[in-house]
Design a protein around this ligand. Structure first.
Ligand SMILES: [Zn+2]
Length: 484
């Protein structure tokens, strides 16, 4: 049996969240909720005799992405007509970029599950316009052109990706960067970010390139992972049984978790690309590029490295916190409110994420949960200064997550403060030892693990509020005193 590896390149289509469309002044709106065909004009409807105008903000968003992906920005780029017919494309052609894209030759560092990193090279990123949206109902189809002409950035990786895990890591990182830049919401279920892996396989160790298939329009990162894994396995089995893989465009069947052939692919020539005669060549001055570079926000990798050096976090914790911009912001807001960096990190990646999972919330929703960064910081401080113990903190966090509020007030109102008074605790310990003579005898006879049971009894008697360290010390002391 031959062992095969995947050879995967990813094409990603990201709608740019500009004010207006790529070549006209119509507003860019949420195409899943706006009334159909209410944000259209002669330009995006493809009426004869109209002229497109390039949207400067779309170019700037494209430059930001190109720079964030370590791309070269050529001094000029050019729009091109890509001709094809489809009912959601009234002009009969799409304005795209072909020979001279906005950005080329970049790379993206991905983080793999085993803790290693890898560079995936970016071939190009080019601007184009989105098509409209078709809805099929029974024996007829409806077209909504609100989306026609919305700026789209197509980001094409080299075929550097070899496993489904790598494809997932790439998809996640790219999505995070787009969100950090504020150019795309990353909401794949709404279709504003679509991913298309093209996949072939080859025997491990060879560098040949075999026939590839493409999975179209994946609308979740999970389907990128599953679809890639499925195609690698399917194609390996085809070769293993002596067959050949046919070049094809596939779809991902979410319900059955498998790929299905949609059509056999056209070649580039079919689109009859040529330079768009209605638009000038786009000159991108070096000053403009440097201005855009200077305005880039801190990106995930840089933020991760800063969290490690500034807050002493582990690489793993830092990576988890920066994976979503909203989480990183929540974390730093809690630190600004006085929380200890490591403890706040532990609570977020532990209890807070657990609560959010239970509620079915995405991590990027962290900005709207009822437990505010300030409340989390206060909770952490209450634990650190010994006012409450860990058990109470856990319960308090659940209450704050559900209802919000100020932990300091809650502790006072509900009398949750930890009991550290040695006299009180000493009496409780003595009472428990008196009530459990058998266990005391067995402990003194060598069954030392029984101290945990006795500890539990004292904590129960104190309704969970005892200072565990003091109780532990008192228990050992009083048990020793009962040796005869
Ligand atoms: Zn328009």
């Amino acid at each position: 049996m031959t062992t095969y590896e995947g050879v995967i390149g990813l094409e990603v289509h990201a709608e740019l969240e500009t004010e207006s469309k790529m070549f006209c002044s119509c507003a860019v709106v949420d195409s899943t909720s706006a009334t159909p065909n209410t944000h259209v004009c002669p330009v995006c409807l493809g009426m004869p005799g109209v002229l497109p105008v390039i949207n400067r903000q779309a170019i700037e968003f494209g430059l930001m992405v190109g720079l964030a992906l370590n791309c070269e920005i050529p001094e000029f780029s050019q729009f091109a007509r890509k001709s094809y017919f489809y009912p959601d494309l009234p002009k009969g052609y799409q304005i795209s970029q072909y020979e001279f894209p906005l950005a080329i030759n970049g790379w993206l560092e991905i983080d793999l599950p085993d803790g290693s990193t890898k560079r995936v090279h970016i071939r190009r990123a080019h601007l184009e316009e989105d098509a409209g949206k078709l809805t099929h109902e029974g024996d007829h189809s409806l077209v909504d052109l609100n989306r026609a002409g919305v700026p789209l950035l197509e980001i094409v990786s080299e075929a550097d990706i070899h496993t489904a895990d790598e494809a997932e890591a790439y998809a996640r990182k790219l999505r995070a960067i787009l969100r950090y830049l504020g150019v795309n919401s990353g909401d794949m279920s709404k279709g504003v970010l679509r991913m298309e892996p093209n996949i072939s396989v080859r025997p491990v160790g060879s560098d040949e390139l075999r026939t590839r298939t493409e999975i179209k329009n994946l609308n979740s990162i999970r389907s990128v992972t599953r679809g890639s894994a499925y195609e690698i396995e399917r194609q390996s089995a085809v070769y293993e049984s002596g067959g050949t893989v046919q070049q094809a465009t596939m779809g991902w069947d979410e319900a059955r978790q498998l790929t299905v052939v949609q059509r056999y692919k056209e070649t580039a020539e079919d689109y009859r690309y040529f330079p768009e005669p209605d638009l000038p060549v786009l000159n991108v001055s070096r000053e403009w590029v440097e201005e855009m570079r200077a305005n880039l926000p801190e990106l995930p990798d840089a933020k991760r490295d800063r969290f490690i050096s500034e807050y002493g976090l582990s690489r793993y914790d830092a990576s988890v916190l920066v994976a979503e911009r909203a989480v990183a912001e929540y974390y730093e807001a809690a630190l600004n409110a006085g929380g200890d960096p490591k403890q706040v990190a532990n609570y977020i990646t532990g209890d807070v994420f657990r609560q959010m999972n239970t509620e079915g919330r995405d991590r990027d929703d962290i900005g709207v949960i009822k437990l505010t960064p300030t409340a989390l910081a206060a909770l952490v401080t209450l634990v650190q200064n010994g006012t409450i113990n860990h058990n109470i903190a856990k319960k308090l966090l659940e209450a704050l997550y559900a209802e919000g509020g100020d932990p300091v007030q809650l502790v006072e109102r509900q009398g949750l403060a930890q009991v550290s008074d040695t006299d009180v605790l000493s009496q409780a310990v003595a009472a428990v030892l008196d009530e459990h003579p058998d266990e005391v005898t067995r402990y003194l006879g060598g069954e030392e693990k029984l101290i945990k049971f006795l500890m539990g009894m004292v904590m129960r008697a104190m309704r969970g509020k005892a200072d565990a360290q003091i109780v532990q010390g008192l228990l050992v002391e009083q048990l020793d005193a009962r040796r005869t």
